[in-house]
Design a protein around this ligand. Structure first.
Ligand code: TXA
Ligand code: MG
Length: 338
């Protein structure tokens, strides 16, 4: 059942509405079936997954996909990932499953792994930005799976943030970005991984990692020995269109550091990492993480909290560039790039 919620914020668009006009309103939902009904009716609904919250629309409904790009302010050349509830839905999304892709699915689905494969006809151009390929993912999250099963059709879902903002790892972050712009948000716990899925292009002879994530290069290689990280050729076109766009960034300037203990105290700065600064109380906000996994889980919400506090700088400690650390470093480097 739809449940009315407290007003968390007053959006400026709401204040500009003419007197007497009904304010657009995003409903916080607890029932996956209710969220599925809205999506089946062509609406946009955010839902939790193990990586980050996604913003779902019927993959086969080009008009709904158009609304999704507008709600996020997403460039139309950045393709969406299609989410499925089970492998029976695959033939409506992809034309062909090469052997390497089948092996990766068997090992890591359901899970934080997106495979780029030849696109099936039923998937409209709007989803794939006109590409002949499509990204597909079977998530490992009970609420996401209940929702996808109830939709009973493939659901296209980018991360449920305004384009360029950090991905949302909590339902409240979805509302902060999209309140009034989408029909609903299906409420769940904070995302356990906190970084977006690993994206692997499986169309060539050897699979290529386009975006590192929680399924690490090391893990992928235990199943398909030849998996390569993506190495852009100088002047070559980006293999994954999303890699061209700026991502994951707070309004504050992100600065990467080796050791938070060596950063001079600054009340207008936040800091996140494995270590604590010498005088944490002299910073605007500090988050010390017990592990790389805890750091990955916390980082996007930390960026949002620093923005909400009006901080100017966010110091982020580097981590070793291996395993999940490679995915975290990828996001940190992008956030720091201006
Ligand atoms: O964990 C995730 O992947 C989350 C949850 C909601 O599943 N979704 C997500 O979607 O992060 P999004 O739209 O924020 O990122 C999708 C990435 C982009 O970098 C996009 O360029 C890439 O996947 N991608 C999608 N389809 C592609 C394709 N056909 N070829 C190459 N890259 C593709
Ligand atoms: Mg995204």
């Amino acid at each position: 059942m739809a449940k009315s919620r407290r007003r968390l914020s007053t959006s400026s668009s709401r204040r500009r509405l003419p007197a007497g006009a009904a304010a657009p309103r995003t409903v916080v939902l607890r029932a996956p079936t209710r969220a599925a009904d809205l999506v089946r009716a062509g609406q946009l609904v955010a839902f939790p997954t193990e990586t980050v919250y996604g913003l779902g629309a019927l993959a086969q409904d080009a008009a709904a996909i158009g609304r999704l790009f507008r709600a996020k302010g997403r460039p139309s050349d950045n393709p969406l990932i299609v989410h499925i509830a089970d492998r029976e839905q695959l033939p409506t999304v992809v034309r062909r499953v090469p052997a390497a892709a089948a092996a990766l699915m068997a090992a890591f689905w359901p899970g934080p792994l997106t495979l780029v494969l030849p696109r099936a006809r039923a998937i409209p151009d709007a989803v794939t930005a006109g590409l002949d390929s499509v990204g597909v993912r079977l998530p490992n999250h009970p609420v996401a799976l209940a929702f996808l099963r109830a939709v009973a059709a493939p659901v296209a879902a980018p991360s449920a943030n305004r384009s360029g903002r950090p991905s949302p790892t909590r339902w409240q972050d979805v509302l902060a970005d999209l309140d009034g712009r989408i029909a609903g948000v299906l409420r769940g716990a904070p995302s356990q991984v906190g970084l977006e899925s690993t994206v692997v292009d499986c169309r060539g002879r050897t699979p290529v990692v386009l975006r590192p994530g929680a399924i690490t290069l090391e893990q992928l290689r235990t199943v398909v020995a030849g998996v390569r990280p993506y190495a852009p050729r100088a002047g070559g076109a980006a293999r994954s269109p999303g890699l061209r766009h700026r991502h994951y960034a707070p309004n504050a300037q992100v600065v990467l550091v080796d050791d938070l203990r060596r950063v001079p105290a600054d009340a207008t700065a936040g800091g996140i990492g494995r270590r604590a600064p010498v005088a944490p109380e002299q910073f605007g906000r500090i988050r010390t993480c017990r592990s790389v996994a805890a750091y990955a889980r916390a980082v996007f919400a930390f960026f949002r909290a620093c923005d909400a506090a009006g901080l100017r700088t966010v110091y982020c400690e580097r981590v070793p560039d291996v395993g999940l650390g490679a995915a975290l470093m990828d996001r940190l480097r992008r956030a720091a790039a201006r």
